[in-house]
Design a protein around this ligand. Structure first.
Ligand SMILES: Nc1nc2c(ncn2[C@@H]2O[C@H](COP(=O)(O)OP(=O)(O)OP(=O)(O)O)[C@@H](O)[C@H]2O)c(=O)[nH]1
Ligand SMILES: [Mg+2]
Ligand SMILES: [Zn+2]
Length: 342
């Protein structure tokens, strides 16, 4: 009897607790992460500083041997949280992601058995990825862009290319690269925050979407966002005279609601980009112009290097696929081979 009473009490207590938990829960979006603080914005734009409920950490520890990522909750995640006091809260639930953008994290020394590289998630639930580059200072780098394109294509995120600093008198180069990527089927935006070329057009294209800006340091991601939305007032960096490179002015990813249903995400500049989780046999599919040739390769396991009857190599020889793009492909293929596990 006593046992029965205790059990009943436990059930009632659990249900009450669960009910409170459900009733107090608020839906929000993670708009910034700093160490263990998750900044969550509710539907009227109020931001709460939240921690993660302990169960998430326990779940992660249980999976330790099969750990592939260290990001439990990421920028852009929809969550349910409850207020602890004032503008402080705790996250109880993380919704399933529609998609996410990631890359291989830096190699960790000692902490993992095989020294493999984990997946680092940049942000989730994205509509459009803007690859931001500059025509000069830092120099335009098509290989870098191709690497980001592959990353986005493999995550099924719509990708567009911005070539900024068009005021720097490089009109020939600008025309060349605009043409190059437009011909592949990508939308290319030529912009300048000095002459304001292309700013209105870029702003219009963000409408109603969640837009992430990504690229090397110093290309002008934060400057472009400020030019479109002066109220953002993001810090903007200097370009080093010696290296013509930026100095990582933006240090954490940050998401802002800029118009109704329109979000922008500014991110820290990146130096390297290794896409995560791509198999050698699949890489060709993320070079969109290879698509029509891949099916004509003699072997369906073809990775388009030395195989006999490779239709991709033939298309390169006949000038139907650009040599520059094929070089980007080979370069990425090598990276995948270097990191055998992933
Ligand atoms: N000439 C010229 N300079 C620009 C333009 N856009 C940005 N810049 C300059 O480029 C430098 C870097 O700009 P940021 O906006 O900080 O670049 P970022 O891509 O946000 O850099 P990180 O935050 O380090 O990733 C600043 O000195 C800007 O003034 C442009 O259209 N033309
Ligand atoms: Mg920046
Ligand atoms: Zn082939």
């Amino acid at each position: 009897m006593l046992f029965y009473c205790i059990s009943l009490f436990r059930v009632v207590k659990f249900n009450l607790k669960n009910k409170n938990y459900k009733e107090n829960n608020i839906k929000g979006k993670i708009v910034k992460i700093e160490s263990k603080d998750y900044y969550v914005e509710n539907n009227i734009g109020k931001v709460f500083r939240c921690s993660l409920r302990g169960k998430f950490k326990k779940d992660l520890l249980k999976k330790k041997d099969k750990l592939t990522t260290y990001d439990v909750a990421v920028l852009g995640d929809w969550v349910e949280f409850e207020i602890v006091s004032g503008s402080v809260g705790v996250i109880n639930k993380i919704e399933i992601r529609k998609n996410y953008l990631s890359r291989k994290a830096k190699r960790l020394r000692g902490s993992l058995k095989r020294g493999e590289r984990l997946e680092q998630i940049i942000a989730s639930n994205l509509d459009t990825l803007y690859i931001v580059s500059s025509i000069d200072s830092p120099k335009f780098n098509n290989r870098f862009i191709d690497r980001i394109i592959v990353t986005a294509e493999s995550s099924h995120i719509d990708v567009r290319i911005v070539i900024n600093k068009s005021d720097l008198e490089q009109s020939k180069l600008l025309a060349k690269w605009e043409n190059f990527y437009s011909k592949l089927g990508y939308n290319v935006f030529i912009t300048s925050v000095i002459s304001l070329v292309g700013i209105e057009k870029l702003k219009k294209s963000l409408n109603g979407k969640i837009n992430l800006f990504w690229g090397q340091s110093g290309v002008g991601k934060s400057s472009l966002l400020n030019a479109m939305y002066p109220e953002l007032n993001f810090p903007v960096g200097e370009i080093s005279e010696a290296s013509k490179k930026g100095r990582h002015t933006t240090v954490t990813g940050i998401m802002k609601l800029v118009e109704k249903n329109t979000y922008i995400i500014d991110t820290p500049g990146i130096r390297e980009i290794d896409p995560y989780g791509i198999k050698k046999q699949d890489l060709g599919y993320y070079f969109i112009e290879f698509g029509e040739f891949i099916h004509q390769c003699k072997f369906n396991t073809c990775i388009h290097v030395h195989e006999p009857g490779c239709a991709v190599v033939k298309a390169v020889e006949e000038g139907k696929i650009s040599l520059l793009r094929y070089e980007s492909y080979l370069n990425l293929l090598n990276t995948i081979e270097d990191d055998m596990f992933y």
